[in-house]
Design a protein around this ligand. Structure first.
Ligand SMILES: [Mg+2]
Ligand SMILES: [Zn+2]
Length: 181
């Protein structure tokens, strides 16, 4: 029996967008995140973060800073009795490392998660705030993707007027649609 997952972008989706966030004290959860994660978890979804962290390639911070931010996120979720099952991150940028398969819209991290956590990608969903999140979910053959209006969401909608998106006001609205799908 395979698991289903909700893949989650990090910056602008789970936490308020701060460019190149790497200081745990600057981590602020987006609106309704604990409730959305509880709803997904209670409906049998694994909660898997997939995030592009090119700040490492750019020399702005190190892997240990990414890990510290993820520990802080778990800490902020603790009072709500919910946690992220696993974090996956790409630390590359094509300018510095050449092309990689792990940077969204690439799918290597989705495939890794599927293997690690026994996830059926076709029963899984992706939520994010950028076109690369939506494309990554589509490339990974997720059942459906949701674009939030938080983070870069509004900019993404305006920059891609002819592209159909499943838009949600916030992560809780996306989570409600997912569990009712
Ligand atoms: Mg984002
Ligand atoms: Zn990569």
């Amino acid at each position: 029996m395979k698991e289903k997952a909700c893949f989650l972008d990090r910056d602008g989706t789970l936490n308020v967008e701060v460019n190149y966030l790497h200081e745990p004290e600057k981590l602020i959860l987006e609106k309704n995140v604990p409730e959305a994660l509880q709803l997904l978890r209670d409906n049998g979804f694994k909660l898997v973060v997939i995030t592009n962290q090119a700040g490492v390639a750019r020399g702005m911070y190190e892997e240990k800073d990414i890990i510290a931010v993820h520990e802080k996120m778990q800490e902020l979720l603790t009072p709500y009795n919910v946690k992220i099952d696993k974090f996956y991150y790409c630390m590359h940028h094509p300018e510095f490392n050449g092309e990689c398969d792990c940077r969204k819209p690439g799918t290597a991290l989705f495939k890794q998660a599927a293997e690690d956590l026994n996830i059926d990608l076709e029963q899984s969903f992706m939520i994010g705030d950028r076109l690369s999140d939506i494309e990554a979910g589509e490339n990974a053959k997720c059942r459906k993707t949701y674009l939030l209006k938080s983070g870069y969401g509004i900019k993404t909608i305006l920059a891609n007027p002819d592209r159909p998106f499943n838009i949600a006001e916030d992560i809780l609205e996306a989570a409600r649609k997912i569990v009712n799908a």
